[in-house]
Write a protein that binds this ligand. Structure first.
Ligand code: FRU
Length: 326
C-alpha cells in the first residue's frame, strides 16, 4: 500500500524490558526513520526462547527482506535461524551469537575483549593480592561465555588476582541477590565484584549495602548506558569503580541491513568498539551521550511534525474527495 517502503526489515529482539534493549530498539527506529524505504518491525521475544522461535517463524511468514536476530541463547535458536537463512532470507545476527556459520553477517561488541578489559583494569590497580567474585550472565548466551573466558584468562596469569567464587545470574538484578548474600556471608574481605552487566552489578551493590560492605568492595559492570540508572551515572556517583561500555549497535545494524539489501560490500564479522569507563572519563562519556540524546529528541520532534502534516494532508484530501463525490 505504501510504495515508498521497499524493504521489510524484521528484528527478533531478546526482550524489551531492560534499558539496554530499549536503547537498542530506539536507535534502530531512529536509523530506520532516516531511511523512508525501510519498514522496520521489532518483535520483542520476552526473554524467552520459545517466544523468540515463534517471533522468527512469524517474520519468515511475513517474508521480511532481512531478518535481524539477537538470540536469547545460542544453541536453541540456531535451527530456526538456519531455516530462515537456508530459505534465502539474509540473516544479520546482533549482540548474542548463534552456533555455526549459517548466517549472513554478525554485528556486536567483542565480548571476549570486554572480559579482558575488565580483568586488565583490575590488574592495573592491584599491587597486592585481591579477591574477586565474578557474576555471570545467562548460561547459554554467548556474551556470558565470552566475557567470562576473557576475564579468567587474564586472572589466571596474574598473581594478584583470584576469583574465589562465581555466581550464575540471568542478566537481571534479582537473579543474583540470594546467592551473593550467601557468598558474602561465607567469604570475608572480598575486594572486587566483576558483574557481566550493570544491572546485576547494581543488584550486587544493593546486597553489599544491606550488609554494610558497599565501601569495602569495588564494583565493575558492563554496558555503560547513559541515563538515570545507567552505568555511567553509577560510576559518576561512585557506586561503581568502572563499567565496560558495550554499545547496542542499533543504528549500525540498520545501516548494515541496508547494505545487505542493496547488494553493497560488507564484512561478515562487524565488531563494535568497547572501552573502560571509570571516574577519569565518565564525565566526557556522559556529555557525548547527552549530545546524541538531544539530537535524537530533535529528530523525533521533526518526525512527529512530518507525521502530523501527512495526517492533515490525508484528512484534507479525503474531505475534498467526499465533497467532490457529492
Ligand atoms: C541486555 C543485556 C545487557 C548485556 C547484553 C548481553 O538485555 O542483558 O545488559 O550486556 O544483554 O547480551
Amino acid at each position: 500500500e505504501n510504495q515508498i517502503k521497499k524493504y521489510k526489515i524484521g528484528f527478533s529482539q531478546t526482550g524489551h524490558k531492560d534499558d539496554w534493549r530499549k536503547a537498542m530498539n530506539q536507535s534502530m527506529e531512529i536509523q530506520a526513520a532516516f531511511n523512508p524505504e525501510i519498514e522496520l518491525t521489532i518483535l520483542e521475544g520476552n526473554d524467552d526462547i520459545n517466544n523468540q522461535i515463534k517471533d522468527i517463524e512469524q517474520l519468515i511468514k511475513d517474508k521480511v527482506d532481512v531478518l535481524i536476530v539477537s538470540p536469547v541463547k545460542s544453541k536453541p535458536i540456531t535451527p530456526i535461524v538456519e531455516k530462515a537463512f537456508k530459505s534465502g532470507i539474509p540473516v544479520l545476527i546482533v549482540d548474542r551469537k548463534i552456533e555455526g556459520n549459517n548466517y549472513t553477517a554478525y554485528l556486536g561488541g567483542d565480548n571476549y575483549q570486554v572480559g579482558l578489559d575488565a580483568a586488565n583494569y583490575l590488574a592495573s590497580i592491584s599491587e597486592s593480592k585481591k579477591k574477586i567474585i565474578e557474576i555471570k550472565g545467562l548460561f547459554g548466551s554467548s556474551p556470558a561465555l565470552e566475557r567470562s573466558l576473557g576475564f579468567n584468562n587474564i586472572v589466571k596469569k596474574n598473581k594478584n588476582l583470584e576469583v574465589i567464587k562465581t555466581i550464575e545470574g540471568n542478566w537481571e538484578s534479582f537473579s543474583i541477590k540470594d546467592s551473593l548474600r550467601v557468598v558474602l556471608e561465607a567469604h570475608k574481605n572480598i575486594d572486587f565484584i566483576f558483574s557481566h552487566n550493570d544491572r546485576m552489578a547494581l543488584g550486587a551493590w544493593e546486597v553489599a549495602k544491606e550488609m554494610g560492605l558497599q565501601n569495602s568492595i569495588k564494583f565493575v559492570g558492563v554496558d555503560g548506558l547513559p541515563g538515570k540508572k545507567g552505568g555511567i551515572k553509577l560510576v559518576q556517583e561512585g557506586l561503581f569503580l568502572a563499567t565496560i561500555l558495550y554499545p547496542t549497535g542499533g543504528d549500525e545494524a540498520i545501516k548494515l541491513a541496508l547494505k545487505i539489501l542493496k547488494d553493497e560490500n560488507f564484512e561478515k564479522n562487524n565488531i563494535l568498539n568497547t572501552t573502560v569507563i571509570d571516574s577519569r572519563n565518565a564525565d566526557i562519556m556522559k556529555n557525548q551521550f547527552d549530545k546524541i540524546y538531544q539530537q535524537q529528541q530533535d529528530i523525533e520532534h521533526q518526525q512527529l511534525k512530518i507525521l502530523k502534516q501527512e495526517k492533515t494532508y490525508t484528512t484534507q484530501s479525503l474531505t475534498l474527495k467526499l465533497l467532490l463525490a457529492l
